[in-house]
Design a protein around this ligand. Structure first.
Ligand code: FES
Length: 120
């Protein structure tokens, strides 16, 4: 993630790698555990239509609140971009999977409830 980031209410600078696989021992931050747990992305999601396109403002604070045993809840001026560079979503609030089980990554699809994901 890039931007003026706060995680759990604390400023973390302008760039952070947050865990998507659910296995990091430094949650919500990535510790590269995904390399050892067989984490697989689900491919590039389709682009969503948004009435916010383009964002009026592309900067500002991007607040990330890790939900207990659930997703990363993001608020701010958010543009989600796939690895290919294609814009997937433009929004002001999003719930991103951090358990590794969503069938619709990077978005949370509530699979964490089925898998019993524990964030601490
Ligand atoms: S956090 Fe992974 S599906 Fe919700």
């Amino acid at each position: 993630m890039r931007g003026e980031l706060t995680v759990d209410g604390k400023s973390v600078g302008f760039r952070a790698a947050l865990c998507r696989c659910g296995a990091s021992k430094r949650k919500p931050f990535c510790d590269k555990s995904h390399k050892y747990v067989g984490f697989a992305a689900t491919g590039e999601p389709p682009s969503r239509k948004s009435e916010l396109e383009p964002l009026e403002q592309r900067d500002g604070v991007l607040a990330v609140e890790p939900e207990l045993d659930g997703p990363l809840v993001m608020q701010g001026n958010i543009e989600i971009v796939a690895g290919s560079g294609r814009t997937v979503a433009i929004t002001r609030e999003e719930r991103l999977c951090r358990c590794g089980a969503s069938a619709n990554k990077p978005f949370c699809d509530e699979s964490h409830r089925v898998t019993g994901f524990r964030s601490i």
